[in-house]
Design a protein around this ligand. Sequence first.
Ligand code: KIV
Ligand code: ZN
Length: 400
Amino acid sequence: MSFQHPSFGSVSDDRVIIFDTTLRDGEQSPGFSMNLGEKLRMAHALAALGVDVIEAGFPVASEGDFESVRQIAENVDGSVICALARSGGKRDIEAAGEALKKAKRGRIHNFISTSPLHMKYKLRMAPERVLELIAEGNKQSRQYTDDVEWSAEDGSRTEPDFLCRCVETAIRHGATTINIPDTVGFATPDEMQAIFTMLRERVPGADRVIFSTHNHNDLGLAVGNTLASLEGGARQIECTINGIGERAGNAALEEIVMALRTRHDRYGLNTQIETPRLLSVSRLLAATTGFDVQPNKAIVGRNAFAHESGIHQDGVLKHAGTYEIMTPESVGWNSTSLVLGKHSGRAAFRDKLRALGYEEIDDATFAAAFKRFKELADQKKVVFDDDVRALVDEEGRDHD
Ligand code: KIV
Ligand code: ZN
């Protein structure tokens, strides 16, 4: 099956659209703001990575945001450039339309809260008024572009019948992508899957739009919820590099993309991401914001392909597949790293000696050097190449 989209043309059912919101939702996390030059550099890197849609900012929010969206729209090729606006916020939509004027392919993304809690306390609006604003916002947006996304903020906590009415209204008034966010990271994977299954079954016109999922990570479920949404029929995922975003962040792009690629046997879905660029984009963002990812972060953390335990090192030296489910090269690392520490065994130690040029070492020197390496490793977290050279050279001298 395929689907006709205003920006992507014919989209086949196994294709997942990657919508990156590092520059909008990601930038909203405390301490992560970026200036114009930094945003432009990130946007070029995201386009080269193969991101389908770059959400560049919220133009009405500030002059700086307007200018970043405008410049990204003018200068960054290859991706659809998207600007955020509140449904029914006339000035929001004018600013978004204006900022996107020079984009080759531009999208306006309207959103409004739909949950009882948000409508009552945040918007102080009756549900019928929310429906009117959805209609007005989408109609106004279509005057600027035929690529219009509508989001139900706090969608996962919205009453199902009302969510169906909102989505139907959004489609009837011109939305081509319907996004259901788990705004507060409250939903579980089965719940997210069920929402998309329900909307696709119940809402008239659902077969004419792409459903999108947008998950926050408050319970550490953002990536799981994203994958489950795809099983419910969503075909756009909203995510950020390194999972940055409000509070505990958004679903991490690199994790979802590699889950889909590594478990193609299960999902049968494809993205257009150039995965060997993942590490460099992650590092560019870390250098730009000053926030490193944690060492054990999947895919891009410094330990993601590092092995210290002797059993694992031995296994990886015999066949990488024993302890690696994807190659380090496939996401931009040069190679697997065998870190020498107190858990390392003889195989890794011998491998390191070979790499350092000690090919012809005799058995006695090797045994003595290995013993001293273990003693040293008990005192140090990591044994570096210079440590190994020093102890082999000393042992070699002792045995001469
Ligand atoms: O989390 C959220 O609900 C959002 C919307 C604006 C899409 O970021
Ligand atoms: Zn969000």
